[in-house]
Design a protein around this ligand. Structure first.
Ligand SMILES: Nc1ncnc2c1ncn2[C@@H]1O[C@H](COP(=O)(O)OP(=O)(O)OP(=O)(O)O)[C@@H](O)[C@H]1O
Length: 263
């Protein structure tokens, strides 16, 4: 692959990133010296126990917080070199965000929720056809005039995914996108994310606890106590059960090694 090949450029990367949260005299090292590269067009799942630093990693890569040290790049842009205002503009135009709780504006129709990031970025809809195509791809074309309250959980998440894509971002970050959904609806959202990656070459980084969700990604990054302890392609796991076993093996192996070192 030549260096001028756009596919060889990372959609996002972090290099030697650490993040310490300070609350009064207490400090928490949420991430320690983490490096990660997300190539364009890839679907990456980030797994780890509660408190291992998954959301912090996502927030750093999406420019919602800044690292205590280290470098974050998205779409070739170093986030550290941007002022807060520039970072907000960059985030609005180049980064898509999907949350567990959907985070739709209750008083706005699905259509206006989807268009919200465009307006926030001072842009307007290129053509009705763009919205129509997106809504059709996401299976919500007949739901655009409904308020979020009148939509099912799965439909609300589809609207939230459409909202994350309307600016044509370089990368989409999804924090537990199926966490509020029943398993069948969750699976349909996973299938949709997979399709977006396969058919539109979207780059997706998704945090999840669930092996049955992570199996839809191309690769899994495992975090433990603020550090990346392993990464593996999902291809080596035939199914969610085998992925769960692999994940458990990694986490248990790391814990045993730590105990050995301490002993
Ligand atoms: N704003 C904050 N202020 C102080 N500590 C924080 C803050 N955000 C996260 N932490 C701490 O940093 C560590 C990592 O938190 P983070 O939310 O990234 O973990 P996580 O793996 O996403 O957890 P979960 O799966 O429970 O969401 C935890 O110890 C958490 O308590």
């Amino acid at each position: 692959m030549s260096s001028s090949d756009p596919d060889s450029i990372s959609a996002a990367s972090v290099a030697s990133v650490s993040k310490t949260y300070r609350q009064g005299s207490r400090s928490v090292d949420a991430l320690r010296n983490v490096s990660l590269d997300v190539p364009r067009g890839r679907f990456v799942a980030v797994m780890g126990a509660s408190g291992s630093g998954k959301s912090t990693l996502l927030h750093l890569m999406s420019g919602l917080t800044r690292p205590s040290s280290g470098e974050v790049q998205v779409d070739g842009q170093s986030i550290a070199s941007l002022s807060d205002q520039q970072l907000t503009c960059f985030r609005r135009s180049r980064i898509g965000l999907v949350f567990q709780a959907f985070n739709l504006v209750p008083s706005l129709s699905a259509r206006d929720n989807i268009l919200f990031p465009l307006y926030a970025a001072g842009r307007s809809l290129e053509s009705e056809g763009v919205l129509k195509e997106l809504a059709e791809q996401l299976g919500i074309a007949d739901r655009l005039h409904h308020l979020p309250d009148a939509l099912s959980g799965g439909e609300q998440q589809r609207v939230a995914i459409a909202r994350s894509l309307i600016t044509n971002p370089a990368i989409v970050f999804a924090d537990e996108p199926t966490g509020s959904l029943d398993s069948a609806t969750g699976e349909s959202i996973c299938r949709l994310l997979r399709t977006l990656c396969d058919q539109q070459k979207r780059t997706i980084v998704m945090v999840t606890h669930e092996p049955s969700v992570a199996i839809w990604a191309d690769s899994v990054v495992v975090l433990k106590d603020g550090a990346i302890v392993d990464q593996f392609p999902t291809q080596i796991c035939g199914d969610a059960q085998s992925l769960a076993a692999k994940y458990q093996e990694i986490v248990t192996g790391v814990a045993a090694k730590l105990a050995e070192t301490a002993g």
